[in-house]
Design a protein around this ligand. Sequence first.
Ligand code: SF4
Ligand code: SF4
Length: 140
Amino acid sequence: MAVKQKLVFRFPSSVVEQPIIYRLVKDFDLMVNILRADINPNKEGRLMLELSGSESDYRRAIEWLRSEGLRIMNLKQQIIWNEDRCTQCGACSVICPSGALGLRRPEMRVSFEEDRCIVCELCLKACPARAMESLIEDRG
Ligand code: SF4
Ligand code: SF4
């Protein structure tokens, strides 16, 4: 069975210089689509990516990554839309690069499709009502 999963990797500085992506492709036969990377050799690294491949290869890869000290979370649910705070100003729908936040027609109301979110966090800065929230920094 095929698997396609968006994930967040957090890893300690000791792992930052390891060829993680190379190993995922070569040793586990996975396809890797990097969505975002914040990597500083002296600090914890953060990588957001999409992995696809067979379920058994995917499971083996996750096991290996965890044994190397990486923490792995689903990318889904890392960005929260607090609908009760939203004033429907539409600013986020203009700035969102993935179309996760968009205007639903004909009502012209903002909606959030979290499956499309790439966690760029641009909406956090754009939202005047602070209705968008990121859980990325709070988890471990
Ligand atoms: S984090 Fe980026 S991709 Fe996700 S909803 Fe906000 S602007 Fe869109
Ligand atoms: S920018 Fe904030 S307040 Fe405006 S529509 Fe988007 S989530 Fe709602």
